[in-house]
Write a protein that binds this ligand. Structure first.
Ligand code: ARG
Length: 247
């Protein structure tokens, strides 16, 4: 009798635990993005967080039946915040690099870019090989910042690329370097800048964008990849790319 009673209690506990863990299944995931990188992520005139990455994250969340929420996070702490668990993923035009792969697992590649040189319209600079010894602005810690190490530039690091561009227009820099799609957006689509800036030369790196999760978070990585795959299969991924003019 005693034994049966104990058995019943154990079984009841097992049932309670199973129920509790089942009902706690994670349905919401937070994605960090630094909204200074149009057209991938920026704050629009109404003050809303928008851009290709923002809509991609929401789209793939829908595809896998989860609530994927995007939060604005400054670039210089974006990876630290991911690693100490402040959010679940980073979708911020992040280039896959060997160094980042030590602590971050990356999703399927969703876009390709290269670093390009932006200069004032009247500049004589024709591309990366003219930048040795020149004051060049970048967003701190980006692949553009790192790529300049090989070119002997006097690199000036800014919290965001918009500040570098402003400083160049104020005459304090000779060039700025950033991802090609962002440069194209600043130079061609921004009414404030389109007559003042140009892109000099061709992209001088080849980079791939992916969404990052903390190394070992295979559960979320699989959800993200499944969502990307579904969005590719039903055409919504290509539609989104066309909407934001991304190749
Ligand atoms: N692709 C570059 C990198 O990974 C720059 C990304 C910057 N992204 C941003 N949202 N500010 O370093």
């Amino acid at each position: 009798m005693k034994k049966t009673g104990f058995f019943i209690i154990v079984m009841a506990l097992v049932a309670v635990c199973a129920f509790a863990s089942g009902s706690k299944e994670k349905t919401e995931y937070i994605f960090g993005t630094d909204a200074t990188w149009p057209p991938f992520e920026y704050i629009d005139e109404q003050g809303n967080l928008t851009g290709f990455d923002v809509e991609l994250v929401e789209l793939i969340g829908e595809k896998v039946g989860k609530n994927f929420v995007v939060k604005n996070i400054p670039w210089d702490t974006i990876f630290a915040g991911l690693l100490n668990g402040q959010y679940d993923a980073v979708a911020s035009g992040v280039t896959i690099t060997e160094d980042r792969m030590k602590t971050i697992d990356f999703s399927t590649v969703y876009a390709k870019v290269g670093q390009v040189v932006i200069v004032p319209t009247d500049s004589a600079i024709t591309g990366i090989d003219d930048l040795a010894g020149k004051k060049v602005g970048v967003q701190i810690g980006t692949t553009g910042d790192l790529a300049l190490d090989e070119y002997g530039t006097d690199t000036k690091r800014y919290d965001d690329i918009g500040l570098a561009i402003e400083d160049m227009l104020n005459g304090n820099l000779e060039a700025a370097v950033c991802d090609s799609t962002i440069a194209a957006d600043f130079v061609l689509k921004n009414d404030k800048y389109s007559s003042l800036l140009k892109i000099a030369g061709e992209p001088f790196t080849a980079e791939e964008y992916a969404i990052g999760v903390k190394k070992g978070n295979t559960e979320l990585l699989e959800l993200i990849n499944e969502g990307i795959e579904k969005a590719k299969a039903d055409g919504s991924f290509d539609e989104l790319k066309a909407k934001w003019g991304i190749i």
